[in-house]
Design a protein around this ligand. Sequence first.
Ligand SMILES: NC(=O)c1ccc[n+]([C@@H]2O[C@H](COP(=O)([O-])OP(=O)(O)OC[C@H]3O[C@@H](n4cnc5c(N)ncnc54)[C@H](OP(=O)(O)O)[C@@H]3O)[C@@H](O)[C@H]2O)c1
Length: 440
Amino acid sequence: MEKSDPAKSTALPAMASCCWVRMVYSRGSVDLPCCLQVVRVHSSCVECGDGCAEVIEAGVRKRRSAESETQRRAGTRVASPSPSSQTVSYRAATMKAVVVPSKGQTELKDVPTPEPAAGQVVVKTLAIALNPTDWKHRDFLAPPGSWLGCDFSGTVDKVGDGVDNLKQGDRVAGFVHGGQWEGEGSFAEYVKAEANLVWRVPDSLSDEQAAAAGGVGPWTAIQALYMRLGLATPSSPSKEGEPVLIWGGSTSVGLYALQFLKAGGYTPVSVSSKKSYDLVKKFGAAATFDYNDPEVSAKIAKEFPSLQYGLDCISEGKTTVSIVKAIKGAKGTGRVITLLLNKDSEIKDVAGDNIKVEMTLAYTTLGVEFDWPGMTFPAMPEHKSRMEDWCAKGLPQVFESGAVKPNPIHSMSGGLENITEGLEYVKAGKNRGVKVTYKV
Ligand SMILES: NC(=O)c1ccc[n+]([C@@H]2O[C@H](COP(=O)([O-])OP(=O)(O)OC[C@H]3O[C@@H](n4cnc5c(N)ncnc54)[C@H](OP(=O)(O)O)[C@@H]3O)[C@@H](O)[C@H]2O)c1
């Protein structure tokens, strides 16, 4: 390789239109579709310090041959329907996806690029967010060969028959049941989802914020508060300001629950560590309690004697029974939603007949029955239909208006190739108060 002239290298790179990138280098220029991520090639090449122009040229050559290979294999050339956009995207027959080859392992593999069935879209993934469920699926639940990852944001690449709510190029976010099946997972270059179960993200959210908002966190809060507890929504708020207890206010689900409650006219009461008080207040908590305080349930009951609803965003150890005790000491009757199956035998004894404890599971809003070892979870069409309404209107509205903000993000580098680092980060509980995200 010839050495480049550093003086000429400073002109690099110039970006042209939204969908084509014009790479200008010392010996000419080349136009490439930005879906080939030339810019990323540029920035990674710069790091090697080999001289901008040369390196980019090398990057271009590499990508160009990948492009020819793509066309040879797939022959799929999808023109944008919009005359204002000159997008021509090349869909490869294969793509990269994070697959679970065996329990506890992940592998970045070439897999078939998904095609949308009727009523579905395929989204070009731009960012992903991680949830505890991802490492749990990897370690315990995922059948070998299943694709990992739930939360995503990106642009609609292809729509299936009968889809009239979205078109190619729309910026969307959503979640799928990753780690359950081969062919469905968001830790991939493309993700297939039900068209009615993705939602248009406002321009104010970055791709990574949109992935963090995508997703398991807000959907679980929505399912628990509205489909399980039947509370008033932000579009038709309560006028009573009733207290609702969120145990684990600083969790990803908790931060959304606090915000939805505030927007819905309730008094959100949060239990977290003291360190998280500022965070939960910023996200809507009207009162904060410390989970390390042995008197926490009694103190909550005393301050909120009408308390009857609780959401347990931790659902491990004594958290559920602590909520039950708070409600018992307050109104005496009520309902508690858990996010995990808490087998603490004390719950039933304390709850008696007056306090109902039930578990919710966000995957059931996707409307597909699934099995976990020893358990079958039936599809819940009524939850799916409510979620479709939220995707069409409620979610875009609350994020657009600013009533609900995405979780603070912790962006990790390295994309899909570095997903293990993020999974281990979340597994080790280092994601305190933040959502781990990656650009794809
Ligand atoms: N059923 C479902 O559909 C569903 C959906 C989503 C999540 N989940 C499950 O729900 C749990 C939470 O998930 P997530 O993503 O929302 O959590 P996350 O963001 O990973 O939660 C991290 C936070 O948990 C808090 N925490 C840890 N122990 C706590 C305790 N004993 N009491 C109160 N807070 C505690 C810590 O807060 P501090 O920093 O204040 O200590 C930490 O910041 C996970 O087990 C997940 O698998 C279930």
